[in-house]
Design a binder for this molecule. Structure first.
Ligand code: F0G
Length: 460
């Protein structure tokens, strides 16, 4: 008999979860104005809101917490982080920041000015927020296949070179501070970018004198996909793939809460001393001195260790295998989702499940609320609420897809939890015709509204 798959770790510390009744959940979600971000965590049974900062650290990482050097300047933990980043990414300069969006804030302060264009692949919402806040425009150049949930393509995060070149041709280089490559592409399903595409984007950008910046939050998961899906790399070590990926870039922003498996932290990696010097000024202003940038020494040590663990093949196989496992279970139940499954999450296709709900009533949010009511599972809407309003016209932007993201924290839940989540969605899928109305906004903020939006349930 072939031996079944088993995780390459065992569990040393456990955290109890709270169950609830449907009646309790109905009350709690009403009190939360139908915004899942407003729930208390003990009102949630299985929390798939995000894979960001929610993973389980290893005992090696916890050891680094004890070894943390809390010196204001020149902390040894900073040097551990510097070594890990140098070795892995091959970029000589780096600045610690307290999380990914802080890295965006600092780097973009140095690079983006009003009226600029930032082409790239499905910019994450905070990334787009930081671009638009500077009165610049994020231009999505993801390949068309990336916007279909059923078309099978191994690298749905790829950038369309024709779309990109059109931008380069029709605008002066001074208006394009950089091209952003997001690895993996969170917004369209944790979809990876191939090495071939990274190489071609870098070559095209070089031709037009445009730097390349990575949004590296899930770079290790991207490297895993390159290894298992791109023939030329099947024999390569994950860390060699990572090094080659970053060799095509000039800088990277990192949310370490993802692939560095820590609860808080981020950084900017840079190739150029002049850019480092410029960004350092903003880092000191917004984050902290250049050798801690908003992080405690202990967190920098755990981060350095997490970067190494996050780039181990066995770990990545187990992590991405669990995401694929949830996908398989949903397929068995006929629940449509973005295929193939991505690195960190399963993206359920709300448009297909709830076609009777008009897009103006937030299909993906409606499905997210149903899932919470069904079994206390919290996912997150990646649809019209998150897409926000056009900064100029203030009209709702309706994205091509309405998705419910089930993001899986690293090394945290078992496959029994995945079975439970799949069963909840299976039940909803069975009674989907009975869901007749969605929600309407009663209160929203002018930017990144989905975090705090308040909704009202529409009656049939
Ligand atoms: N870039 C990507 C691709 C992300 O997914 C995120 C965060 C960020 C940047 C910002 O990083 O949260 O550390 O400030 N994504 C989280 C998520 C919030 O749930 O996907 P941050």
């Amino acid at each position: 008999m072939n031996l079944p798959y088993a995780e390459p770790y065992r569990i040393k510390v456990v955290e109890p979860l709270t169950r609830s009744t449907r009646a309790q959940r109905e009350q709690w979600i009403r009190e939360a104005s139908y915004n899942l971000f407003s729930l208390r965590s003990d009102q949630v049974f299985i929390d798939l809101l995000t894979d960001s900062g929610t993973g389980a650290m290893s005992h090696y990482q916890w050891s680094e917490v004890m070894l943390g050097d809390e010196s204001y300047a020149g902390s040894l933990s900073y040097y551990k982080m510097k070594d890990a980043i140098n070795n892995l990414l091959g970029m000589p300069y780096f600045l610690p920041t307290h999380q990914g969006r802080a890295a965006e804030n600092v780097l973009f302060s140095a690079m983006i000015k009003q009226g600029d264009l930032v082409p790239g692949n499905a910019h994450f919402d905070t990334t787009k927020g930081h671009i638009e806040f500077r009165r610049a425009v994020a231009v999505d150049c993801t390949i068309n296949e990336g916007c279909s949930t059923t078309l099978l393509h191994p690298f749905k995060g790829n950038i369309d070179l024709n779309k990109l070149e059109k931008i380069y041709k029709s605008n002066p280089a001074e208006k394009i501070p950089f091209c952003l490559i997001t690895v993996t592409c969170n917004t369209n399903g944790g979809q990876p970018v191939s090495m071939e595409n990274i190489r071609e984007v870098a070559a095209l950008s070089k031709k037009y004198g445009i730097p390349v910046v990575f949004d590296a939050a899930r770079f290790a998961e991207n490297a895993y996909f390159i290894k298992v899906r791109e023939k030329a790399y099947e024999q390569h070590d994950i860390r060699d793939i990572v090094r080659e990926m970053f060799s095509y870039g000039d800088a990277a922003t990192m949310s370490s809460k993802k692939d560095a498996i820590v609860n808080m932290g981020g950084f900017i990696a840079m190739r150029d001393k002049a850019l480092y010097d410029q960004a350092s000024v903003y880092n000191i202003m917004f984050e902290g001195f250049v050798t801690y940038g908003g992080m405690a020494g202990r967190d920098m040590g755990a981060l350095a260790q997490g970067l190494m663990e996050g780039t181990e093949f066995d770990y990545l196989e187990s992590r991405i295998g669990q995401v694929a496992y949830l996908g398989e279970k949903l397929r068995e139940l006929g629940v449509p989702f973005q295929e193939p499954t991505g690195g960190h999450a399963v993206f359920v296709d709300a448009k297909k499940i709830l076609p009777q709900i008009p897009k103006e009533e937030y299909q993906a949010q409606t499905l997210a609320i149903e899932l919470y009511l069904e079994g206390g599972v919290r996912g997150v809407e990646i649809g019209t609420l998150m897409a926000d309003r056009d900064p100029v016209t203030r009209e709702n932007r309706y994205p091509a897809m309405e998705l419910l993201r089930l993001a899986i924290p690293r090394r945290t839940y078992t496959n029994n939890h995945m079975d439970y989540v799949a069963a909840c969605l299976g039940n909803i899928h069975e009674r989907r015709d009975q869901i007749r109305r969605g929600y309407r906004i009663v209160n929203e903020k002018p930017i990144m509204r989905h975090f705090t939006v308040e909704l009202e349930k529409l009656e049939v």
